[in-house]
Design a protein around this ligand. Structure first.
Ligand code: PMP
Length: 431
C-alpha cells in the first residue's frame, strides 16, 4: 500500500495542527473510527487485528468496563478528598494482590498516568534517601514528565538526562550467557552506585520494568532482579518496580512482573491497562516511606483516583481475575510462542524469539553468527503486517525487534491469524 494524495494531505494537516513531536505508526497511516474486542475498524468498515494494544488488555470497548464507567459518571465523579468507599475497596483489592511486605502493609496512591506514578515514586524515593541518584537500563522508558523523561534514555540522544542518572546494560538473553546475567547486572549496579557516591550524592532508587520492554523485551531469565535488589538495598536505595508494561497479568503466570523475579519492591508503579483505556494509574508503596513524605507535604491529584477512574479500575481487575485472563494469556501465548519458534526455523534472519504470556519479541538480524540488528527488515515487516491489517510495532535500541503485545482476550483463532500474517510478512521481506 502506498500513500494516496488524499492520505498525504491528511497527514500534512495533522502535522500542521499537532506539530512534529507526535509520531505516526506505519508508512501508510491507519485511520480508525471504532473498535471492539481485538479488532479496530476504519471508516470503510475494514477490520484490523490489534496485536499491539496493552492498554485495552480486556479488549476494546469491554462491556463491563463501559457499563461501570457510564454508571459511575451518572452518579458521581469527584476526587479523593471526600470519603468514598469504592476508592478504599479498590485500594484494598489492589494491595491484596501483592505478595510480601507490600501486600501486608502497603498504601495505594492514585494518578492519571504511568508517568505521574513514576514521578511520584521518584519524589518519595528522593525524599526518603535525601539523594537524587537513579539507575535504569540503557533503553529504559519511564514516562514524559520532566523528572521521568530525565530518567528515560530511550527518548533519544538529545533528550536531557538527570546528572545523577546512571545506566546499566539490559539483561540481553540473546547475547549474554544466561547463567551470568544476574551476577553481571548486580555488578554493573554496584559499579554505578560507587560512581554515584564518588561523583554525586549517592543512590535514591533503582527503577526497572521487569520485562525490559523498551530495551528489547527480555522476559527470561528471571533470576536477574533479586541480586540487583540486594545490592540496591545494601546501598540504602529503593527498588522501584515499574509495572506499567508487565502488570495486570500481561506475563500470564503472574499478575505482577516483578513476582516472576521473586523480588519485594519498595514501590510498585502501575498504569496503562489499569483502566482498560480510562486514564487511571498509581503506585503501591511501603507505608513508612509515604509516612515521612506525607507528614511533610500533601499530595493531591485532581483527576487521579476520581470516582469514575476507580469504577473502571475495579471492573478491570475483577475481570482479569474472574475471567481467568491470565490463564488465557498463558495458553494462547504458548501457541503464539510455538508458532514464532517454528517461523524461526524457516527464516534465518530471525535471530531470537522471546515471550511470556501475551508479550513477544522477534529479533531480526543480518546474520545469526554476528547477531547484527536488521532495522530495515523489521520496519518493512511491521509495514507488511499493517498491509494485511495486522497491527504490531518494533522495539529495542535499533528498532529491529518486532514487538507483539495483543489484548489478553486474544483467542486461538486470533493467534492463528496473527501467525499466518507474520509468516506472510516475513516471506515478503525475505529478499
Ligand atoms: N513506564 C513504562 C514502562 C511505560 O512503558 C510507560 C508508557 N509507555 C510509562 C511508564 C509512562 O506511562 P504513561 O504514558 O501513562 O505516562
Amino acid at each position: 500500500a502506498h500513500l494516496t494524495d488524499e492520505d498525504a494531505a491528511h497527514v500534512a494537516r495533522r502535522q500542521r495542527l499537532l506539530g512534529p513531536a507526535y509520531r505516526l505508526f506505519y508508512k501508510t497511516p491507519v485511520e480508525i473510527s471504532r473498535a471492539k474486542g481485538v479488532f479496530l475498524y476504519d471508516k470503510h468498515g475494514n477490520e484490523y487485528l490489534d496485536a499491539y494494544n496493552n492498554v485495552v488488555s480486556l479488549g476494546h470497548a469491554h462491556p463491563r468496563v463501559v457499563a461501570a464507567i457510564q454508571k459511575q459518571l451518572e452518579v458521581l465523579c469527584t476526587h479523593t478528598r471526600y470519603m468514598q468507599d469504592p476508592l478504599l475497596d479498590y485500594a484494598e483489592t489492589l494491595i491484596n494482590t501483592f505478595g510480601g511486605e507490600l501486600g501486608r502493609t502497603g498504601c495505594a496512591m492514585f494518578t492519571c498516568t504511568g508517568s505521574e506514578a513514576n514521578d511520584l515514586a521518584l519524589r518519595i524515593a528522593r525524599y526518603h534517601t535525601r539523594r537524587t541518584g537513579v539507575i535504569v537500563t540503557a533503553e529504559a522508558y519511564h514516562g514524559n514528565s520532566g523528572a521521568v523523561a530525565a530518567i528515560s534514555p530511550s527518548l533519544g540522544k538529545k533528550s536531557a538526562l538527570h546528572p545523577c542518572l546512571r545506566m546499566i546494560a539490559p539483561p540481553d538473553s540473546y547475547r549474554l550467557p544466561l547463567a551470568e546475567i544476574g551476577r553481571r547486572m548486580a555488578e554493573d549496579v554496584a559499579r554505578q552506585i560507587a560512581d554515584l557516591e564518588r561523583h554525586g550524592d549517592g543512590l535514591a532508587a533503582f527503577i526497572a520494568d521487569s520485562v525490559f520492554s523498551s530495551d528489547g523485551l527480555y522476559v527470561d531469565p528471571t533470576d536477574v532482579l533479586a541480586p540487583v535488589a540486594e545490592v540496591v538495598r545494601k546501598a540504602g536505595g529503593l527498588f522501584i518496580a515499574d509495572e506499567v508494561q508487565s502488570g495486570f497479568g500481561r506475563t500470564g503466570t503472574h499478575l505482577w512482573g516483578h513476582a516472576r523475579h521473586k523480588v519485594d519492591p519498595d514501590i510498585v508503579t502501575l498504569g496503562k491497562p489499569m483502566g482498560n483505556g480510562y486514564p487511571v494509574a498509581g503506585l503501591v508503596v511501603r507505608p513508612e516511606l509515604v509516612a515521612e513524605f506525607g507528614a511533610s507535604m500533601r499530595y493531591f491529584n485532581t483527576f487521579g483516583g476520581n470516582s469514575v477512574a476507580i469504577a473502571a479500575a475495579q471492573a478491570v481487575l475483577d475481570t482479569v481475575l474472574e475471567d481467568n485472563l491470565m490463564d488465557n494469556a498463558t495458553r494462547v501465548g504458548g501457541e503464539i510462542l510455538d508458532g514464532l519458534r517454528t517461523l524461526q526455523n524457516k527464516y534465518d534472519f530471525i535471530g531470537d524469539v522471546r515471550g511470556a504470556g501475551l508479550y513477544f519479541a522477534v529479533e531480526l538480524v543480518k546474520d545469526r553468527d554476528r547477531k547484527v540488528p536488521d532495522m530495515d527488515r523489521a520496519l518493512a515487516a511491521v509495514n507488511a503486517l499493517r498491509d494485511q491489517r495486522i497491527l504490531i510495532s518494533a522495539t529495542g535500541a535499533d528498532a529491529h525487534i518486532l514487538k507483539i503485545r495483543p489484548p489478553l482476550v486474544f483467542t486461538s483463532a486470533n493467534a492463528a491469524r496473527l501467525l499466518e500474517g507474520v509468516d506472510n510478512a516475513l516471506r515478503a521481506v525475505q529478499t
